[in-house]
Design a protein around this ligand. Structure first.
Ligand SMILES: [Zn+2]
Length: 253
């Protein structure tokens, strides 16, 4: 899909205007007339601000993914539902975490959807105890504070992945994709970068038997073992995409 900005015209602008009406609810609603004019630009700016994106009025890959507009010729074929549970605020604003996670998966036809979001409303004792989550990140969590945290999230909504936001781990980690049996979940620490959630969700989708678990080359792969700041959305290999789409948590649409 071309990059859209003021002056663009055509069916792609119609799709954009419809998406803005759906996702951002501008008032008055935009006429879906296929002309990217002043009002469409204002709606794009407002949406970008609200989604924590660069506010430039230009519709490129990030804004398109956040608007859930599939690339032309690459319609979404799969969806993954995320349910967010928080006991701590993150350094990266939540909207930005969601939009960046969507931007990572959208080029592969995987639509990341917001299932639900809530605070865990812990007792003051639990809140203090779980400010630092002790233990170690294992594929299968069976006990300790990792399990306590994941139990406090309540039942896992069917076909969804729970994403827990905590303050920090006792281990030097920004995230952990391990979870309890039949409770697909991952945990992201406050210091996690804007793509940390996408990485941990990647672990959950790839499962414990996929190898290599991490790809530490210079290709900007999502599954690099270090959660560093990246200038552009990380990529996936064909094999990773294939395995992710075979996960029961990645539903064909
Ligand atoms: Zn990892």
């Amino acid at each position: 899909m071309a990059i859209l900005s003021i002056g663009s015209r055509g069916p792609q602008v119609v799709s954009l205007q419809q998406a803005l009406n759906r996702e951002s609810r501008p008032s008055p609603r935009l006429a879906a007339d296929g002309v990217f004019g002043r009002l469409t630009r204002a709606a794009v700016l407002a949406f970008q601000r609200q989604a924590g994106l660069a506010v430039d009025g230009i519709v490129g890959p990030m804004t398109r993914a956040a608007l859930r507009l599939a690339d032309d010729g690459r319609p979404f074929t799969h969806r993954v539902l995320l349910h967010f549970r928080s006991i701590s605020l993150t350094n990266v604003p939540f909207e930005r975490i969601l939009s960046h996670t969507q931007a990572v998966y959208a080029p592969y036809g995987i639509k990341i959807e917001f299932g639900s979001g809530s605070s865990l409303r812990l007792s003051p004792e639990d809140q203090t105890r779980l400010t630092q989550v002790d233990g170690s990140c294992e594929w299968e969590i069976t006990g300790g504070e990792y399990a306590d945290l994941q139990r406090l999230g309540g039942a896992t909504p069917s076909n969804g992945i729970l994403v827990y936001f905590i303050d920090h781990f006792s281990e030097p980690l920004n995230g952990c994709g391990g979870h309890m049996a039949n409770r697909p979940a991952c945990i992201v620490a406050r210091a996690g970068t804007q793509y940390c959630t996408a990485h941990e969700v990647g672990h959950v989708l790839l499962g414990s038997t996929f190898a290599p678990v991490h790809i530490d080359d210079a290709s900007n792969n999502l599954m690099h073992s270090v959660d560093f700041l990246r200038p552009r959305p990380p990529i996936l290999t064909d094999l990773q995409v294939q395995r992710m789409k075979a996960s029961p948590l990645c539903q064909a649409i």
